[in-house]
Design a binder for this molecule. Structure first.
Ligand code: HEC
Ligand code: HEC
Length: 389
């Protein structure tokens, strides 16, 4: 697993050499033995080749790439879509994190196992890695997961999700039992780890590798930033600058966003400016958010500042899915902010809630700009799709 880079190079060479014509016979590289591949394809639609999960950042973020372990991510992808890993075999991760919705759900609360429902709105995935990446140095900590920030890594998040009675209701020993029921997993485990021993760490690492590989950097805004970066070699000072890749209306929306929203949700919509905040939804919260986890009243009504990547696809909005549309969300910030004790200073002036009082044109511009966060590539990317037949 540690040698995955070398393995990929080796496989690429193998592919190169093996796909050339020898004596007029076309030889193509096959990843699995014919016996293994026929077992796999009884249940799964996987190419007889490895899909590349390398994570590529946009130019404005140094064009860096991070090699992911593609075997591990493939195994994780299968688990992510496997309903047999839930108590009553009806729910997979993908039931609540749907690819076509940027890995969110379109219900305020999602259906879990045994006819239960989640207590909060499903969070969109697909930016998880840049969260981990932002504070990727373990010494600095990471941006935690869940609306109440209670999980520190995707591994921990996945363990809690499997075990959650409203979601999958599967303690890890039961997950392992189920995995052992299916011969295709032995093959995938052997490919990934060299042997087919199913352990808790291996399962959680695989799911995490897949979730961490979900890259979403091909939105219109990303492209506009890249275009700007190519000319200016920097994306600082984009306030007030016209980005060539955006329409006039979207540019107005961008400026409004950077002034009013970017300090919390992130200036370039990758790195949240704040990890958690109270954004004044209510005067008293039924769900205390981070306060329910820490039991500190000064953290009541504080919730994770969610990513706005793909926001046009991920409604309903907020931790309880109270808003159906982006119009309602913008109206909240325009006129509905409540002066809760823990309301973020960012949303206050003179000790009072600072409603933003947008004009109708401003609201429309802001929404036009939020629509440029949609990455249509990721929602159709084969690497992230359901592999089951
Ligand atoms: C029944 C619906 C459901 C299922 C099944 C489910 N999730 Fe979730 N997921 C949610 C909800 C709801 C939240 C937010 C919960 C909270 O914050 O308390 C969430 C949050 C998350 C987060 C945190 C994202 C963030 O930005 O903090 C990740 C990552 C995640 N889920 C991945 C998974 C994985 C992996 C699986 C399968 C092992 C899975 N989910 C299964 C509903 C579900
Ligand atoms: C003080 C920090 C802060 C500021 C400023 C802020 N937000 Fe938020 N935003 C949050 C928090 C926290 C949440 C989640 C609150 C909850 O669910 O209880 C949120 C939620 C959202 C959501 C819903 C996301 C989802 O996945 O459900 C949208 C959309 C949104 N904000 C847009 C905006 C826009 C547009 C602006 C500027 C007009 C803005 N926000 C300004 C902190 C902020």
């Amino acid at each position: 697993m540690k040698n995955s880079k070398n393995l990929i190079v080796f496989l690429m060479m193998l592919f190169f050499f093996s796909s050339c014509k020898k004596d007029g016979i076309e030889i193509t590289y096959e990843r699995y033995t014919p016996e293994d591949y026929s077992v796999l394809t009884e249940s799964l639609t996987l190419p007889n080749d490895l899909l590349d999960y390398t994570f590529v950042f946009p130019k404005y973020y140094n064009s860096r790439s991070l090699s992911m372990d593609s075997d591990l991510a493939t195994l994780g992808r299968v688990m992510f879509y496997d309903k047999n890993l839930s108590d009553d075999r009806t729910i997979s991760c993908a039931s609540c994190h749907k690819q076509e919705l940027a890995f969110a759900d379109d219900a305020a609360f999602s259906d879990g196992v045994n006819s239960n429902q989640t207590a909060r709105n499903s969070l969109a995935l697909g930016s998880v890695f840049n969260f981990a990446e932002y504070y990727g140095d373990p010494n600095q900590g990471r941006i935690p997961f869940f609306w109440d920030n209670r999980a520190i890594s995707v591994q921990e998040q996945s363990r809690q999700t499997f075990a959650n009675v409203d979601e999958m209701n599967m303690p890890m020993d039961k997950v392992i039992e189920r995995v052992n029921e299916y011969p295709f997993y032995s093959i995938l485990f052997r490919e990934t780890f060299g042997d087919d021993a199913v352990t808790e760490d291996r399962v959680l690492d695989a799911v995490s590798e897949f979730v961490n590989s979900l890259s979403t950097y091909n939105s219109k805004y990303d492209k506009a930033l890249d275009q700007h970066f190519e000319v200016n070699n920097s994306i600082f000072n984009i306030e007030g600058t016209t980005l060539q890749g955006l329409t006039a209306q979207e540019n107005i929306g961008k400026n409004l966003y950077l002034t009013n929203c970017g300090n919390c949700h992130g200036r370039i919509n990758g790195f949240p400016g704040e990890v958690a905040a109270n954004n004044g939804l209510d005067m008293t919260y039924d769900d205390r958010g981070i306060g329910s986890f820490t039991n500190n009243s000064f953290e009541d009504g504080l919730f994770k500042v969610p990513t706005l990547r793909n926001i046009a696809l991920t409604g309903p909005f907020m931790h309880d899915g109270r808003f159906e549309t982006l119009e309602e969300v913008v109206e909240h910030y325009s006129s509905g902010i409540q002066n809760h004790n823990n309301l973020s200073n960012e949303l206050k002036s003179g000790g009072q809630a600072k409603n933003m009082n947008f004009t109708a044109d401003e609201k429309a511009s802001l929404i036009a700009f939020l629509n440029t966060f949609t990455d249509t590539d990721m929602i159709t990317d084969e690497r992230y799709a359901d592999p089951f037949n």
